[in-house]
Structures are given as C-alpha cells and as structure tokens.
Ligand binder design. Structure first.
Ligand code: IMP
Length: 429
C-alpha cells in the first residue's frame, strides 16, 4: 500500500479507528497529525475494547511505530494514562511510541478556559469536549504555548508555564467572570514528577519520518474528528480548533505533500454529530433513537448522546473535494438493518433553490432542507456477512447509491460490526 492519510468525511465518529486498525497491517509507521484528547478512537479486538484519545490506535499491532505529530495538542497526563492502560493489557510501547518535540501541550489551565468560555457563551456554546483543545491551539498561534520539547529544560518549562497560567487566570476571571481555582505549584509539582517518564518519548519526529520513508517504510497518517469540524472548512463556529482535512497531515507531521499518495475517506452509513450546530438530515424521531441505540452512538470521550440522521451525500461530496479522497470506507452498515426504507440526501434546498453544493456560510446552512431519495431497506442481520456477495441485494443497492452520489469513488471496505473480523474487503489497494 502506498502512504495513505485517513480522514473522517462527516462530523467525526465515522469509525476511523477500525479502518486505521485494518490498514495498520499494511503500514509501518502511524502518525497522528492534529486534534488532541477530544478524539476517541475505539478498536475492538477479540472482544477486548481499546479506547484511545491520543496514542495512535496502530499501537495495538505489534512492531508498528506510532507517532504523535507536532500538529497534535497533547495532554501529557492523558498520554501516560493510555500508556499505562496499554501496559496493563500486556502491550509494550517500548521504542515504538514517540511525541514530536514541537507538539504543544494541553495544560490544566486550558481546560479551565475551555469550560469557563463555554459557560459564558450560554445558548450559543459550541458544545466542546471540555478537554482544553481550543485554548491550547489559541495559545499556540498567540505564541504563548508550551511545547513538549520545553520539558527538556525544566527552568524554561516553568517559565513558560507560569506565563500561560497567568494569562489563563486573567481570561477565566476577567473575561469569563468565572472562578479560577487551579494551584500553580501543585501542577508544576505533578509535572516535575511525570517529566522523567515523558522525556524518552519526546523526539524530533520529522527526522524519524523522513528517514523511515527513505528506507521504504509505509506511512499511515491518522486524522481525528471529521471534515465538517475543520476550523476553516467546517460548519464554523461549530467546529474544533484544528484543520482536520488531509492537507493538515503535511503540516501536522512535518512532511511534504509528495509523501502522501492516497487518501481514504471514512463514511458512516448514516450521519452523526456531537455538540451544537446545524445538521440538515437530523432525525429527532424514533428512527433517530433507533440509530443511536443500535449504533451505540454515545461519545467515547464525553459519553454524550450523538445526534443521528440520514446519510448526506452533499457533505460527503464536499469532503471528497476538500481531502482529495481516492477511496471510501463505509462503516456501520449493519446499524441500518431492519429499516423498511432508507433515505439518502442527494441535494439541498435553500430559500427555494435546489443545489448540490455545500452552502458558503453557516447561516445559510441553518436554512437548508434536505432533498431525499428513498430506497428500500433490508430486514436481515448483516453483521455476520464476510463477503460482498453475502449481503442482501438492498444493502448492495445502498452501497451502489452512495458510490453513484459520490463521484463514483469505490469503497475499499465495508464494515458490518465493531470487530476486526466484521470487515468486508471490496478489493485490495
Ligand atoms: P473541541 O474539539 O473539544 O473544542 O469541540 C468542538 C466541537 O468538535 C464540538 O462540537 C465537539 O463535540 C466536536 N468534537 C471534537 N472532537 C470530536 C470527535 O472526536 N468526534 C466528534 N466530535 C468531536
């Protein structure tokens, strides 16, 4: 397999981790390039459930090297927790897990700003995960951030931490009018203790990636969240604070564009969204409840129920365009089993006009009415299907509809359940 980047084509939670796990077998180095512990990547292997927020999910495959790239904002305490959980499950990360020295840190004061900012927004809150992601990226671009590499020199780390802490205290107390009850000394004490454990993971990972590629190793770039949470191209302001699209893999890993040959877009067979913001195909009826229950659509980071709706081809077409997607991976097809009919949104109507394009701003997007094709569903359980030919004809028809509506881009795999084994290969790449 050539070097590939994996992205979500909707609002995140498309089941990327399962596809990453599948493609990890064909890769050598797996690199996360954006986001932070707002992500929740779940992989189930032989009934054992692993949930990752920061560590690339490829780590569960023996021998693979995993990198937390410079574009990620890293909560070091969360990172160590995941390392401990892996060790408890008998998975050694020794020598095959690295954090870029340039990755910015999410510190406890970022979470305090995130939570205070959400509270002060009231009705217009974003519905963030509360993990401090936005404030950490804000400090990065304001050039007052603290980076993983700063931990090498404790004095420098303390100096930067104290400046960030003071700025956060002002924001929380003066801007958001909220109490700021963090104890600077106590946090520094905690970091001084974990620092020794963290240092061996911190490397100039861009050199490692460059050398690995020159040595013929295959790279897999692991995106988090989804295209419509991208800070530029998503449904702003109801987005996350990083670029989630494939182009961000270059800046977030420190590679040039020619290092990526292939982009795989993960598409859930229906649509979900966590947090606030417009969602044209949302179902607030019993079908939406069924999708949530059967699809276990509850956030793996916050446990919040996800909003559920029909498949939206306008979104996925836009995602194909923005990411340069060469193959799709269709996930959670099994969740639709039992429905007598399934709706697929093909176009939008805005202010009486029909369009096949994504509207240019969120105000217009809020006024969108979806235009649907209604196609027959299938009754039987498909979670045991191993080959394409095992699927009922209605399910095959649904896959074909999606392909037709999405520029004819074929699916690489179709997932019919959370287990590794519940994956139908459409063909190899
Ligand atoms: P933040 O990334 O915590 O700032 O949250 C901003 C928006 O992105 C909120 O609507 C979150 O629910 C959403 N979000 C962040 N990470 C994920 C994810 O991994 N899956 C789905 N939604 C996410």
């Amino acid at each position: 397999m050539p070097n590939a980047v994996i992205v979500g084509t909707q609002w995140g939670d498309e089941g990327k981790a399962k596809v990453i796990d599948y493609l990890t077998e064909k890769s050598d180095v797996i690199i996360r390039f954006q986001g932070g512990s707002n992500a929740g990547h779940t992989v189930i292997v032989d009934g054992h459930k692993f949930v990752f927020h920061l560590v690339p999910s490829g780590i569960i495959t023996p021998g693979k090297v995993c990198i937390v790239g410079n574009g990620v904002v890293v909560d070091m305490e969360q990172f160590l927790k995941e390392v401990d959980d892996l060790m408890e499950s008998g998975i050694s990360v020794e020598g095959r897990l690295m954090i870029s020295n340039l990755a910015h840190l999410v510190l406890p004061y970022h979470k305090a700003i995130d939570q205070a900012s959400e509270s002060s927004r009231g009705e217009s809150r974003i519905g963030t995960t509360g993990r401090g992601i936005g404030p950490a990226y804000a400090d990065k671009v304001s050039r007052i951030g603290v980076r993983a590499g700063d931990l090498y020199e404790w004095d420098i780390f303390c100096e930067k931490f104290k400046a960030g802490f003071a700025s956060a205290k002002q924001k929380v107390e003066l801007l958001h009018n909220a109490p700021f009850d963090l104890n600077e000394e106590e946090i520094l004490e905690r970091y001084s203790k974990i620092r020794e454990r963290l240092l061996p993971f911190i490397k100039d990972t861009s050199y490692y990636i460059f050398d690995a590629e020159r040595a013929g190793k295959k790279l897999l770039f692991e995106g988090a969240q989804g295209t419509f949470l991208d800070v530029d191209h998503g449904t702003y302001p109801y987005v996350t604070s990083s670029n989630t699209i494939s182009g961000s893999a270059c800046t977030g890993a420190g590679v040039g564009p020619l290092s990526i040959n292939h982009c795989i877009g993960i598409v859930k067979a229906y649509t979900t969204r966590v947090g606030n913001g417009p969602f044209p195909t949302e179902l607030t009826d019993s079908t939406g409840d069924m999708l949530r229950d059967v699809g276990k659509e509850f956030g793996s980071t916050t446990g919040r129920p996800r909003r559920c709706g029909w498949f939206d081809a306008v979104m996925v077409r836009k995602a194909i365009q923005l990411n340069g997607i060469s193959r799709l991976a269709l996930t959670k097809l099994d969740v639709l089993s039992g429905l007598s009919e399934i709706k697929v949104c093909t176009h939008y109507e805005i202010d009486g006009w029909r369009t096949d394009q994504f509207p240019p701003n969120t105000q217009q997007y809020e006024r969108v009415t979806p235009v649907y094709n209604i196609i027959p569903g299938w009754k039987r359980d498909i979670s045991g299907c191993k080959k394409f030919s095992d699927l009922p004809s209605e399910a095959v028809n649904y896959i074909k509809q999606i392909r037709e509506l999405c520029y004819g881009i074929p699916a690489l795999i179709v997932s019919v359940g959370p287990e590794r084994s519940q994956t139908i290969e459409v063909d190899g790449i």
